[in-house]
Design a binder for this molecule. Structure first.
Ligand code: URA
Length: 244
């Protein structure tokens, strides 16, 4: 009986398009790693020392994008690497004024190893062109460098696992303006879960960088009526670039 149920459960998922069975929880990326740092603080009230383990990589040791790429490629503590075909690291030049960060690669990005080359990427190119920017003048990456199976949304654990790498990526590209493409990138970088509808079109500072969340082009393909608001946000980017 239980066996029949298990088979039905698997059949149901196969019919729904599941092609892999992976645990979404990333292993704590840096726990027990030689890079875990122990910070010792003095407790204000009783003057005791409080030991607090910070599981954070010594990410500053990656001095350029090539080193960062190798580090991400060899980072094995997140399961989505197992089902992805290629690492989608990022594309563009160090020092680009504009850096865009999306969510995660889809099927076409997984095949090509380049971010935003599918339907959403084509719309993103058009959006940039409409304000006089060629994609080649920008730097584009994602908060997750491997395609999640079946294009599912990345889990919170997966996002947390890659966050230190994304932060270093931003530091190394050193843009003047950061555009967070879609809700996952916005909430991950701004540490704010208000949702993209509330966050979009408002300027934030991320490490002194002017940062604007915008709607994801994949969302605009599904909801073309939101393009008017996306256009308003694009004009804000254009205006900011003109003032640089
Ligand atoms: N959607 C994203 O967020 N990133 C890509 O690279 C492609 C589609």
């Amino acid at each position: 009986m239980i066996k029949d149920q298990n088979i039905s459960f698997l059949e149901w998922h196969l019919d729904a398009g599941a092609d892999a069975l992976l645990e979404e929880k990333a292993q704590n990326s840096l726990k027990n790693s030689s890079n875990a740092q122990v910070k010792v603080n003095r407790n204000q009230e009783n003057n005791d020392f409080v030991k607090e383990e910070i599981n954070y990589p010594n990410i500053k040791e990656y001095n350029n994008l090539e080193e960062l790429k190798i580090a991400i490629q060899s980072f094995d503590r997140c399961n989505i690497k197992k089902t992805a075909k290629n690492l989608v690291f990022g594309s563009g030049k160090v020092g680009s004024k504009l850096m865009l960060i999306g969510e995660a690669p889809g099927e076409e990005e997984d095949i090509s190893g380049e971010p935003f080359v599918g339907a959403a990427g084509k719309l993103l190119n058009k959006m940039l062109n409409s304000i006089g920017i060629n994609r080649s003048e920008t730097y584009i990456t994602n908060i997750i460098p491997w395609r999640p199976p079946g294009n599912r949304k990345p889990s919170i654990d997966e996002i947390e696992a890659f966050k230190p790498f994304v932060y270093r990526h931003i530091e190394l590209v050193y843009p003047k303006i950061l555009v967070l493409v879609g809700g996952s990138a916005a909430s991950a970088i701004l540490q704010n879960d208000l949702g993209i509808t509330r966050l979009r079109g408002k300027w934030f500072k991320f490490q002194e960088i002017d940062t604007l969340p915008i709607f994801h082009p994949a969302y605009l393909l599904r909801q073309p009526s939101q393009k008017k608001q996306a256009w308003e946000d694009l004009l804000k980017i254009k205006d900011k670039i003109e003032k640089l």
